[in-house]
Design a protein around this ligand. Structure first.
Ligand code: MF3
Ligand code: CO
Ligand code: CO
Length: 248
């Protein structure tokens, strides 16, 4: 969406802050022995206390409240009995709806002992997000943003998972435009003041393609290499850096 009123901005900030708080609750709980269903229940309790709803459930009838994906799983993992192990990379992705506004953010949580490759992968995803964020200026294109993200992946010898993209958001979970994480010549949308989208680098150590798991939801790397995901909902602003809506 494009924000035009202070009420719209206030609504997006409110849901965005709640997304951030919910992710904090989940991140603090991540430890060996905890199940992904435990994390999901805690997230649901946090969000429900504010009367927020799960956007994946609302929009797609997703079977969890949040999406939780581990190791080679990239996105859309279904919370369940899986027990978190030492060394896991746990990707928690929260999308909430509150009073008609939506916010979407994801983090990768590394469970000690953390392999050096995992640390590198994580740092690259955060750096790529920052690069795309800085490129998201009024008058630039979505292609410019993707090129900045993709350049960081390339500089670190990582693969961009091109089948997956960021997206417009605001009144619905997935709005136009698509926000690819690479220099896509088709991403011609010009950024405007107030434009809101989810910027979400998704990289893998060696795979460049993904496939669906048997549950029909979980997306994993085809040859099971480690994957990373880092996401915020941001708003483009004239003459300054974008605003991170999914921050505290
Ligand atoms: N949070 C996801 C995103 O970043 C949306 C998941 S919707 C689902 O776009 F139903 F597919 F899980
Ligand atoms: Co998300
Ligand atoms: Co998203």
């Amino acid at each position: 969406m494009i924000v035009r009123t202070t009420e719209e901005l206030a609504g997006l900030k409110r849901v965005g802050r709640l997304v951030a708080r919910t992710l904090d609750v989940m991140e603090r709980m991540v430890a060996p022995g905890v199940t992904t269903a435990d994390l999901d229940r805690a997230a649901e309790a946090c969000a429900m206390a504010e009367r927020a709803r799960s956007a994946p459930r609302l929009t797609y009838n997703f079977p969890g409240f949040t999406c939780i994906s581990v190791n080679e799983q990239v996105v859309h993992g279904v919370p369940g009995p899986r027990v978190i192990q030492p060394g896991d990379i746990v990707k928690v992705d929260v999308t909430l709806e509150l009073d008609g506004f939506l916010g979407d953010s994801a983090r990768s949580v590394l469970v000690p002992p953390v392999a050096e490759t995992a640390t590198r992968l994580h740092a690259a995803a955060v750096a790529a997000f920052e690069a795309g964020f800085a490129a998201a200026q009024v008058g630039a294109t979505i292609r410019d943003v993707g090129a900045a993200v993709g350049a960081v992946a390339a500089a670190n010898g990582l693969q961009v998972l091109r089948q997956l993209s960021g997206h417009g958001i605001g009144r619905k979970l997935h709005e136009p435009p698509d926000v690819p994480n690479w220099d896509d010549p088709d991403a011609t949308t010009v950024l405007r003041d107030g434009m809101v989208f989810a910027l979400e680098p998704m990289f893998a150590l060696s795979d460049s393609t993904v496939t669906d798991e048997k549950d029909g939801w979980t997306v994993r790397t085809r040859r099971r290499s480690l994957a990373i995901h880092h996401e915020h909902t941001i708003m483009v602003r004239a003459g300054q850096l974008p605003l991170v809506l999914t921050a505290l």
